[in-house]
Design a protein around this ligand. Structure first.
Ligand SMILES: [Zn+2]
Length: 417
């Protein structure tokens, strides 16, 4: 039996499921979900539980200046860059039991299985739980991986406050003082590869009756803020020809954008999620409107073209008003390396587990780590595609199959010279 088959055979479905149940008790909500905010006392407890599980098999814990958490399983060549696998353990306020936690607990299960067979990989294998993926207590999200990558400044992130005025810096200090035995390590150390297992958070795998999503990449996202300026006037007396109604102009713009961006295949995602009218009074012609645009597409060329069309479409439909379109962020669509995807697919095939190539519609920490090392993601189904919801649910068998594919993939990557 090959060493991959030996290790994969040690992946324990019951243990993996019980650990999800145990972790979900930390920050449990009354409706069966989880509220475990980034760098909170609940996250401190969850990390303590991870350390306890890790210490039984001798894993060494580490943390860095933004609070990212690692457990290291040493390889034969401890000096080589490790293969890192994991996700996050913070949640939305009404989050579920599997978003993020699955990737971290699957990583631990992979290491457990390696340990059980006495297998020592060529490179070390490390579990990671990135800080503040959700961006719920502290905005922006994916903070730990973005700082690790060097895309966001550490000091700027440490200064960010939650709604109670507590800073990221104070919260990282609190977590570090609760983890006095955890060694500190530098941000951005070299990684040989990064694999993130995650629930799909969408309905595709379930609809297609497949167990593993071989993630081709993460769709790109551009965010805009549109400001339409008109003029306040009396709703009863001002003639139409004199009106500068910002609401009418904004509605025309949104209608025209919907038409311009419409695609019959439903790949483009276009959302106006925030819409503010001023003065928002029943008898006053609206003077100003602010609205947001969230635009997403997996093909970067399409995303850039559609995003660039927003300003001209708005200007064409401004009427007597004026419009300003400001871009707040532009995260390009990305594709994970073909070699990593091929490895995941080959392992799924070898294990006779059904799979599907698919892009990720949601952002993940892998978005940032992709720029540091060969990166890939493994999806498993979640019931009804429901996530960021207390009702989020997964089959124990899918967690198990996902962990088995993760084990084979990590082993292949950890043998790279
Ligand atoms: Zn997540």
């Amino acid at each position: 039996m090959s060493s991959i088959n030996q290790v994969v055979s040690q992946i324990d479905q019951a243990r993996l499921w019980e650990r999800h149940e145990r972790l979900a008790e930390i920050g449990a909500t009354s409706r069966g979900g989880v509220n475990r905010q980034a760098l909170s006392k609940e996250e401190i407890l969850a990390r303590k539980q991870l350390r306890e599980w890790g210490s039984v098999i001798g894993l060494v814990p580490y943390s860095d200046a933004i609070g990212n958490f690692f457990l290291r399983y040493p390889g034969e060549n401890g000096d080589l860059a490790p293969v890192v696998t994991g996700s996050h353990i913070d949640t939305q306020p009404t989050g579920g039991r599997f978003d993020g936690s699955f990737g971290v607990l699957a990583a631990l299960e992979v290491i457990e299985a390696m340990h059980a067979t006495g297998y020592r990989p060529h490179r070390s294998v490390e579990l990671v739980a990135w800080t503040n993926e959700e961006g719920s207590r502290f905005a922006p999200g994916m903070m730990g991986s973005a700082v690790f990558r060097g895309q966001r400044e550490l000091d700027a992130m440490l200064a960010i406050l939650d709604s109670d005025g507590v800073s990221v810096g104070e919260s990282v200090a609190a977590i570090r003082s609760a983890e006095s035995e955890v060694c500190e390590r530098p941000l951005g150390f070299s990684l040989a590869a990064y694999i993130e297992a995650h629930i799909e958070q969408g309905p595709i795998l379930e609809l297609q009756r497949k167990v593993i999503g071989v993630v081709s990449g993460i769709q790109g996202k551009r965010v805009f803020r549109v400001t339409v300026d008109g003029e306040e006037n009396h709703a009863g007396t001002s003639p139409r020809a004199m009106r500068k109604d910002a609401l009418v102009a904004a509605v025309n713009m949104i209608g025209a954008l919907h038409d311009a961006i419409y695609d019959s295949e439903d790949v483009v995602k276009f959302t106006v999620g925030r819409f503010e009218v001023r003065p928002n009074a029943p008898s006053v012609v609206p003077a100003a409107v602010h609205f947001s645009i969230d635009l997403r597409h997996p093909d970067d060329a399409v995303l850039q073209r559609l995003g660039d069309s927003i300003e001209p479409v708005c200007t064409q439909h401004q009427g007597p008003c004026t419009v300003a379109v400001k871009e707040l962020s532009n995260d390009p669509a990305l594709e994970f390396p073909v070699a990593v995807r091929d490895t995941i697919r080959a392992i799924a095939k070898d294990l006779s587990i059904s799979y599907l190539d698919m892009p990720s519609a949601a952002g993940h920490d892998a978005r940032h780590i992709n720029y540091l090392c060969p990166t890939g993601m493994i999806f498993i189904p979640c019931e009804g595609g429901i996530s960021h919801n207390e009702a989020e649910s997964c089959e124990a068998e899918h967690l198990f199959e996902g962990a088995r594919v993760l084990a084979g993939t990590v082993m292949r990557l950890a043998e790279m010279t």
